[in-house]
Design a protein around this ligand. Sequence first.
Ligand SMILES: [Zn+2]
Ligand SMILES: [Zn+2]
Length: 358
Amino acid sequence: ALAGSLRRRLETAGNVDLVARAAPEAVLSALGEHAHAVHGRVVQGRLEGLPLRVFCASEHDFGTVLVRATGSESWVRALGELPVSADEAGVFAALGRPPVPPCWREPEHLGLEPPERFVERRDLAGLVHLHTAYSDGAASLRTMAEAAIAEGYAYMVVSDHSQTAAYAGGLTLEALERQWAEIDALNAELAPFRILKGIESDILPDGALDYPDEVLARFDVVLGSLHSHFNLAREQQTERLLRAVENPYLTVLAHPSGRLLLRRRGAEADWERVLARAAELGKIVEINANPWRLDLDWRLALEWRERLVFSIGPDAHAPEGYADVAYGLWMAQKAGLPPERVANTWPAERWLALRERV
Ligand SMILES: [Zn+2]
Ligand SMILES: [Zn+2]
């Protein structure tokens, strides 16, 4: 069985931990070249370039070994002495506690109640944040829409890049007019499925969005994102993000920090201030589901889970990208989000109503 940070669905994993119902010698020979050494009941080796640990359990203590190997260390330590049990449910029962899903076993979860129900795929009605061949996507608007329908979604918010994003084929007003005409035609043809006219607008260095107000007013949904100037001083970055959030046309603050996991640190900002302003103004904050991003960080989403509404954004550049929603859901679950905190569960009309408030 899978254990460790992979089972807890942490955003990055530095090792692979498994639990086997077998003796160390049997695991050692079964793993062949992947196994290097045995320390007590743990077989060590390497898998896909990562350190591998296989914790060996018996029929009787498999559940106990699985809880311990799943971690996190401090979360398991807080349980106290672990009873011996053949399965995990038995461990929790003997401790007199309800079972806790692996995603809710981080140090950050200590002392917190999980939500009554975590948001799941079946709760999601719409895809929010995707690109087409109008900017840097690989597929046509029609292909993206048909794929969304095939996956059971009721609507999608198309969000190609804005004009300053020349590197990504950002849309001029002329291109937008063509896209809107195509959306109108597809909406007539594909109803009741609905394509919402969105945009992923660059947040410019001074915090302005990337079109004049009269163009911004014509979108159903405006996502604002940082794509440049990640290294501004903290105070300046905070002011930039505040200005963007305060823009009446902004609907969603997308991949708020701009981080790329293991590759690029996100923008430094006073997130307390930025997220407080977003909450106050009823702005939606994205948990970008691209596995390189997973941004907003789930720890911040956890802190804000009762004050903000989030959207899970696949940031898809082809139909295959829709599958990344699963990673976004994992992060939303680690953040303890119930369905009602995730705007993808809304019907399309509720998104349109947000726009009419401007
Ligand atoms: Zn982006
Ligand atoms: Zn995007």
